[in-house]
Write a protein that binds this ligand. Structure first.
Ligand SMILES: C=CC1=C(C)c2cc3[nH]c(cc4nc(cc5[nH]c(cc1n2)c(C)c5CCC(=O)O)C(CCC(=O)O)=C4C)c(C)c3C=C
Ligand SMILES: [Fe+2]
Ligand SMILES: [Fe+2]
Length: 348
């Protein structure tokens, strides 16, 4: 038998039914990477916000059958990735197994750790399904991995401009555009999940990496396309980075130009694509008279994307340290794309 490789897929997770909406939200708002206040105040706020938000969130999840499609979508990606890694030269004999490690709902990171331990891998790769690194997503999952006693592993920290990821996005945008009759005048709204401005000011590289993704995509699209980066899903009273996706829809209406909205920081469909983009923002665009509103699908199991994840995984295992990968052995060495002080001088 060949080498045993565990690939742990980090993602946010989502409620699996109406009863899990509130506890899911409570887990989310209890995360110190999301709500940056001391413990007791955070726990109080998490209880309060999850209670206040549960009803409207439940109504949105009800539009998708009561729960989030995030886990089923991630399972399909996991299965495709196992096959793609085994198709890489030198990995035909390897025993490759993927594990889901969700941050705020089942299967949790601790569940993945127990399963990985039982598998007894020779190598473990942590692969966030977040192309752009953020302290609120990838780093939060990594922290959960360490806190729950996760073993030595190598981390693919981010891949904001990895070639297959970019080509897969360009393919999805072009397919959407062509299916609508290839209209000549079009503006792409590259819509990423927003973040509080303070988190970016404190050094989070997410916004910079979102911009890198779009910069890599532009040359693959027709010259006459217009482009705008915008941020969706704002929560709470503090100032978030902008412009807001909704503001950019208003601007498109004023400019009388049709739009293709592209979820650029999510790789699967979930509440913020299926409800926010496909229903709420579409209604806004219709009301304002935007000439057309198209939405490119999330990457899901698109072959170019999955093959890129397989390439990043095997390159990391072979030690060719791709530019965007870092290692973790309990202490993480900073990756060149997002050097953050706490990861720096680890002597171990
Ligand atoms: C790039 C990905 C994401 C970042 C960055 C992110 C930051 C972030 N999110 C919230 C609050 C909420 N997020 C919610 C759902 C949600 N968020 C992401 C991704 C990122 N979040 C995903 C994939 C999902 C969907 C999960 C699903 O069930 O399908 C929610 C719950 C939904 C709702 O009530 O609107 C909240 C709340 C904050 C505050 C934040 C950064 C500080
Ligand atoms: Fe979120
Ligand atoms: Fe990085």
């Amino acid at each position: 038998m060949g080498q045993k490789i565990a690939i742990v897929l980090f993602n946010l997770g989502g409620p699996d039914g109406p009863d899990s909406v509130r506890p899911f939200l409570k887990n989310l708002f209890s995360d110190p990477a999301i709500i940056r206040v001391p413990g007791p105040l955070r726990w109080f706020l998490a209880r309060l916000i999850s209670t206040l938000r549960a009803k409207s969130a439940r109504a949105n999840y009800a539009k998708m059958g009561g729960g989030s499609p995030l886990v089923p979508e991630t399972l399909a990606q996991a299965e495709a990735l196992e096959k793609a890694v085994k198709a890489r030269p030198g990995y035909e004999q390897a025993e490759v197994k993927t594990f889901l490690a969700m941050r705020y709902w089942k299967p949790f990171v601790k569940d993945a750790i127990a399963e990985v331990r039982a598998f007894k891998p020779d190598e473990t790769v942590l692969l966030p399904l977040y192309p752009q690194f953020s302290t609120t997503t990838t780093d939060s999952s990594l922290q959960a991995w360490k806190d729950a006693g996760g073993g030595p592993a190598k981390l693919i920290c981010c891949y904001p401009d990895a070639p297959g990821f970019i080509e897969a996005h360009a393919e999805a945008v072009l397919e959407t555009w062509q299916a609508a009759g290839a209209p000549e005048k079009v503006r792409i709204l590259w819509s990423a999940h927003g973040l509080p401005e303070k988190i970016i000011e404190d050094g989070d590289p997410y916004q910079k990496q979102v911009e890198e993704t779009v910069a890599a995509l532009r040359p693959l699209l027709p010259d006459n396309f217009e482009h705008s980066i915008c941020y969706q899903s704002r929560v709470g009273p503090v100032k978030w980075i902008g412009p807001a996706t909704e503001t950019e829809i208003e601007r498109a209406a004023a400019d009388r130009i049709g739009i293709i909205v592209v979820p650029i920081a999510f790789v699967s469909e979930h509440i913020e694509t299926l409800v926010e983009l496909d229903e709420e923002y579409r209604d806004v665009a219709d009301e304002l008279g935007v000439p057309f509103y198209l939405r490119a699908p999330a990457l899901g199991t698109r072959a170019k994307f999955i093959d890129e994840l397989a390439r990043l995984t095997t390159e990391l295992l072979q030690g060719h340290e791709p530019v965007l990968a870092a290692r973790t052995t309990g202490c993480l060495v900073a990756c060149p794309a997002c050097p953050r002080a706490p990861y720096g001088g680890c002597a171990a």
